[in-house]
Design a protein around this ligand. Structure first.
Ligand SMILES: *Cc1c(COP(=O)(O)O)cnc(C)c1O
Length: 355
C-alpha cells in the first residue's frame, strides 16, 4: 500500500499555489478592492441588535428567500430570471465549474483577468484556456477570442465586466459576438457593477446561454461573503444541484438583510468612490513616469519603470497596493491601487510622488 503524496494528490493540485493574501499589518490597505468606509456607531448598534436575535441553534433558511428578494430589487434582476446565492461569487464560479465539468471540458477567459477562473478550473479538473487581451488598451482581441471559442468549444466562458485587474469594460458588441458564437455558457461577472455605467442584467433572457454574476463584496460588504448568479431557470436548476445546503449562514443572512435595508448608505459611499476615482486617475497621470488607465471599477491599474521597487517603497511608507509584475506578460511593471478614502488616496499619491 502506497502512502505518498505523489501517488494520491493529482499533479494539477500539487502544481497549484494556494491563493495568497498578504498580511496588511497596519498599512493603509489599498490592495483588495475593499470599500474603505465603516459604518457609524448608531448603525453598528442597530446591526448588533439584529444579530442578538440570531437563532444560532437552527440551520439558516436554505433558500435565503429574504436576502434574494432584496438583492433582486436592488440589483434589478428581471422577474422572469432565477437566482442562486453563493458564499461570495468565488463559490458561484466553483459551482459553475463543478456543474459544467466533464471529460475534455474547457473553461475559457480573456487574460489578464480574475485569477479565480483559472484557479477553480484547475481545482475541479477542467482545462483552462486564457486568450490574451490587446496589449496597451486591454480590449478584447476579437479575432483571437472567436477563433479560440470555435477551436476549443468551451463549456464556460467568463467575462469580467468591468475587467479585473485592468479596470476597463469590454465593448458591448464584442461581448454580444462572444455570446452568440459560444455554444456553452457565457457568464458576465459584474463584480464592479456599482462603479460601472453599463450592465447585462437587463439583457438576461435575450440569449439562452447568458448568465450574470454579481457580488456585494465591492459594494462595501466584502466580509459577508455573498454573491449571486442570475439567469434562466433551466440552467440554474442544474447549477443549484452543486450548491451545498445552507451555504449562506444565519449571521450572513441577517447581516445582509440589515445592510441592504440601509442600501442608501452603501450607495452614497459608492458614489463618493466613483468621484474620488476620477480625481485619483487625473493626479496619477500627472506624476512623471506613471501611466494610469481609465477605470470603471473601484481600482486603477498603472505602470511605472520598476514596479517591484515602487511596491516595496510604498509598503515601507505604510501603503499596501497590489503588485502585478510577473503575473502576466501584459502586466509588466504594473501595479493596481484600490480607490480609498480621500485621505488614503492622498497619502498614497504623496508617497508615490516622493518615490
Ligand atoms: C473581487 C471579484 C470577485 C469576487 O467576489 P467575491 O464575491 O468576493 O467572491 C469576482 N469577480 C471579480 C472579477 C472580482 O474582481
Amino acid at each position: 500500500m502506497n502512502k505518498s503524496i505523489n501517488d494520491w494528490i493529482r499533479p494539477e493540485i500539487q502544481q497549484l499555489s494556494a491563493y495568497h493574501v498578504p498580511d496588511p499589518g497596519d498599512t493603509i490597505k489599498l490592495d483588495a478592492m475593499e470599500n474603505p468606509y465603516q459604518w457609524d456607531t448608531a448603525l453598528v448598534e442597530e446591526w448588533i441588535n439584529v444579530l442578538r436575535t440570531a437563532p444560532l441553534n437552527r440551520y439558516p433558511d436554505p433558500a435565503a428567500r429574504e436576502v434574494k428578494q432584496q438583492l433582486r430589487a436592488i440589483m434589478q434582476v428581471p422577474d422572469t430570471m432565477d437566482m442562486i446565492l453563493g458564499n461570495g461569487s468565488d463559490e458561484l464560479i466553483q459551482m459553475l465549474a463543478l456543474t459544467l465539468n466533464g471529460e475534455g471540458r474547457i473553461l475559457l477567459a480573456p487574460e489578464p483577468s480574475f485569477v479565480m477562473y483559472r484557479l477553480i478550473a484547475q481545482v475541479v479538473g477542467m482545462q483552462y484556456i486564457g486568450v490574451p487581451l490587446q496589449a496597451d488598451n486591454f480590449t478584447l482581441d476579437m479575432f483571437a477570442m472567436l477563433e479560440a471559442i470555435e477551436t476549443y468549444q468551451p463549456a464556460l466562458v467568463f467575462l469580467a465586466y468591468p475587467n479585473n485587474p485592468t479596470g476597463n469594460a469590454f465593448d458591448v458588441l464584442d461581448i454580444e459576438a462572444i455570446i452568440e458564437t459560444s455554444h456553452g455558457i457565457v457568464v458576465i461577472d459584474e463584480a464592479y457593477a456599482p462603479f460601472a455605467d453599463n450592465t447585462f442584467m437587463s439583457r438576461l433572457g435575450e440569449y439562452p446561454n447568458l448568465l450574470v454574476m454579481r457580488t456585494v463584496s465591492k459594494l462595501g460588504l466584502a466580509g459577508l461573503r455573498l454573491g449571486l448568479l442570475a439567469g434562466p431557470h433551466e440552467w440554474l436548476e442544474q447549477i443549484e444541484k452543486t450548491r451545498l445546503p445552507y451555504n449562506i449562514n444565519v449571521l450572513s443572512q441577517l447581516s445582509a438583510i440589515f445592510a441592504l435595508q440601509h442600501y442608501t448608505v452603501l450607495e452614497k459611499q459608492t458614489l463618493q468612490i466613483r468621484a474620488d476615482r476620477a480625481n485619483l486617475l487625473e493626479r496619477l497621470n500627472t506624476i512623471e513616469g506613471v501611466q494610469a488607465w481609465a477605470s470603471q471599477a473601484n481600482f486603477i491599474l498603472f505602470r511605472v519603470a520598476d514596479a517591484q521597487a515602487v511596491f516595496d517603497e510604498l509598503k515601507n511608507q505604510g501603503v499596501l497596493i497590489k503588485g502585478l509584475h510577473g503575473s502576466h506578460p501584459l502586466l509588466d511593471n504594473c501595479l493596481r491601487v484600490t480607490v480609498g478614502t480621500p485621505e488614503e488616496n492622498q497619502a498614497f499619491l504623496q508617497a508615490l510622488t516622493q518615490i
